[in-house]
Design a protein around this ligand. Sequence first.
Ligand code: 13P
Ligand code: SF4
Length: 362
Amino acid sequence: PASDPDLVARAVKAKAALGERLFVLGHHYQRDEVIQFADVTGDSFKLAREAAARPQAEFIVFCGVHFMAESADILTGDAQRVVLPDLAAGCSMADMATFDQVEEAWEVLSDLGVAEVTVPITYMNSSADIKAFCGRNGGAVCTSSNARRALTWAFDQTPEGPAKRAGDRKVFFLPDQHLGRNTAVLEMGFSLDDCVVYNPHRPNGGLTDQQIRDAKVILWRGHCSVHGRFTPECVDEVRERVPGVNVLVHPECRYEVVTKADHVGSTEYIIKMLDEAPAGSSWAVGTELNLVKRLAARHPDKTVTFLDRTVCYCSTMNRIDLPHLVWALESLVEGDVVNQITVDPQTTHWAKVALDRMLALP
Ligand code: 13P
Ligand code: SF4
C-alpha cells in the first residue's frame, strides 16, 4: 500500500529541518515507505562504510536492525549519535550467539589446545560483544560480500596473530553456519568434512574432541530464519514453472539450495546482477521479499520472481515503519534523541579492532 501522505509530509519536513545534521541509512530489506527517506541504501558492508564516512552528521538514523546500528556507533565518533527507530528491530540470527556461549566454546577449544591456532571470524550479523570477542582474539568481522576475503586472511599469516603453521590453522565462524560453509566449501575448496557444527546447547558443542581437532572450519550453529526457509524443492519448482530461469540466492541460504542455484551473492551483488541482466531474461531471487519486490518493480523488462511461493519478509527489519521513522525524526527536531544505540567504550575498542581488520581487507 502507498505510504500515508500525512506521515510522508511530516518525514519530509523533519528531514528538511535537520538538514546536514542528519544522515539516514537504509538497508535493502527495509520497507518502501522507509527506504524512500534513506540518504544512502546498501548492504551491511556498504552501510558500515557509509556510517564511518560521514563525520559531519550529528545524528545517524539507522533504518535496519540492532547489530547494524551498533556497528555504526562503533565506527563513528563520540559526537555522533546513532538512532534505531524501533528498538524491537533485532535479528534472530545475531541472537543465536550470546557472549557467554561463545566464551564457553572458546574455553572448550582452549582446553583442547586448539584455540591458539584458531582465528575467530564473526559475520556482521552479531552483537557488538561478539565482534569484540573476535577483535580481542586476533580475529575479524566479515559480511556476505567479503566472507571469502576474510577467511583467506584468517588462513594466512596475520601480523597480529600468533605464529601459526598453515596446516594447523582453523577458523571459528560465528554465527551463520550457512555463510561459513558456503564460503569455505564452494569458494575456497574445503570439503564438507573439513567443517563441523558447534552446537552451544550441547556439552562440547555436541562434538568429540577428535572432531574438533580434525576440523578446519568450526561453524557456529546459527542461521537466518528468513533465508533458511528456501529449500532445494523451491529451486526445482521454479525451474519447472519458469523455463530458462536464473536462480540467484543469498549465501545465508542453505548449502543444498546454494549448490542448486546459478548465482550466489550479497544483496548488493544481487542488485548488480539484475541491473546488468539482459531484457527478457528471467530470475528467481532467494532473499528477503521487500528487496525482491523492489527489484521486480525496477525491472519491468525482465521477469523477477520470488524463489519461494510463500511470503517471506524479515519480521524484525519490518519493525522499522514510517510511523516509527517519523517519531524518531520529529523527536530529533525537538532536541530529544530517542532510541539511541550506544556501545560501551571497552566493547567499542575491541569490536572496532575486528571491524577495522575487515575494512582493511584487500
Ligand atoms: P547483507 O546486507 O550483507 O547482504 O546481509 C543480509 C542480511 O541478512 C542482513 O541482515
Ligand atoms: Fe537477521 Fe535474517 Fe533478518 Fe538479516 S534477514 S536481519 S540475518 S533475520
